[in-house]
Design a binder for this molecule. Sequence first.
Ligand code: AMP
Ligand code: ZN
Length: 485
Amino acid sequence: MPLSLYNTATRKIEPFKPKDEHHVRVYACGPTPYNYAHIGNMKAYVVEDIILRAMRFLGYKIVHVMNLTDIDDKTIRDSQKTGESLRDFTQRYTDAFFEDTDRLGIIRPDVVERISDAIPEMIAITQKLLDTGYAYLAEDGSVYYRIKSFRRYGEFAHIDVSEMKDGVRVSNDEYEKESVADFALWKAYDPDADGENTWDAEFVIDGEHRTVPGRPGWHIECSALNEKHFHSEIDLHLGGIDHIFPHHQNEIAQTEAYTGRQFSRCWSHGGHLLVENKKMAKSAGNFHTLRDILSKYPEADSGLVARAFRLMILETRYRDNFNFTFERIDKTMETVRSLDELLRRMARYEASGSAVRREFREDMQSRITRFVESLENDISTPEAVALLHETATTINTGMDRREFSMPEMESLADFLRTMDSVFAIFDWTTMETADVPEEVKALVSARDEARKSKNYTEADRLRDEIDALGYQLVDDGRKTYAQKK
Ligand code: AMP
Ligand code: ZN
């Protein structure tokens, strides 16, 4: 059975058919780096990571491009408040963003590009839309997209624009369905709001050369990056459901008017993270950052909280909304602890014999098939997580009875590793450090603390002490741990 995915464009689950399985072109809308991302944003990036990990596991070769919305009403407004340049200001929050995604085990995209580095592409697309009548320069000095000129406008987002008056315009990047209107491709320079953040676009309008100072609108950036990296033709476009309208509807209108062909073969949208049934959002004031959550659990290893957050997301189907509560994260942390304990037990288990029983082999095969099928079924992670729990129980019970041989234990560990290539919730250092004495582990934690407080002399001294006890430090990207030399 091939991979089936829910396609927002058709509102149906369909076989996923990239043009080339060895070069699957994926675009994901990236963050607006004007502050720390909240865990609702992070849910969107975890969901995307799970979808792409599942696709890689199923054999697809992915090329994943993501933008950074560094030019935006909010980045400009807040950089001016701090007196920093737009680049320095957004770089700070971009670094914080990737610190969070690394903590959450999210694989970084192959290409991450600031949209301020794709201005020529935005101008070129806007020029072509002006030439073909899809865009016009308005009296306010901005260039707008004329939605009436795109016959299928509204089809993707399921909105009816037939009753709409011509020439109604909206210049904000974000707006509700009720405000559907011609939207800005290039916004005229506003000296009060934009300060030094202005770019000169050279347009030819009705045969006349015009210099239009200003900055790009939000939607055109993603069309521009898709043109730059994929010639405006991709296999999968990712984002949160709040992006269906206006953002993705507008990306489609721009790109398809520009090229005359289909932009993305499939569109997947992640559901929202809610708080008391309301979408978590900066503007609603009901948000927590990952940093807030970590600081609520000072005694817990930060990796544990991050892994619990991932597991919570995996327990829900990616396109469903789910309610975040602290009770839920507490409960999920307990589950993650029990998975760590499972690995610890497996590392210490003394196997009986070396035979691989036939019923064991058949059982393993059926588990692998179930795992593959759960992913092929629109990436049904709740099914895959149920299989993980069932397998954990089987392993624990089998260990109680000492019924597994060494090769059987190895294939069970391999199966857990296989599942974890998609889940990324296990701490494999638990297995690798099961035999490391508490004394050495305490030295590793002390060294982490010393490094955090930039006391490098003390950190080096602790490393020597660990070394003298016969252990070496290993860094797996998420965590440093000690291993016998
Ligand atoms: P923004 O910076 O608002 O464009 O959001 C960045 C990403 O986070 C987008 O993919 C949004 O769809 C997603 N997002 C924002 N709020 C939430 C939420 N409460 N739950 C899930 N995803 C969200
Ligand atoms: Zn986008």
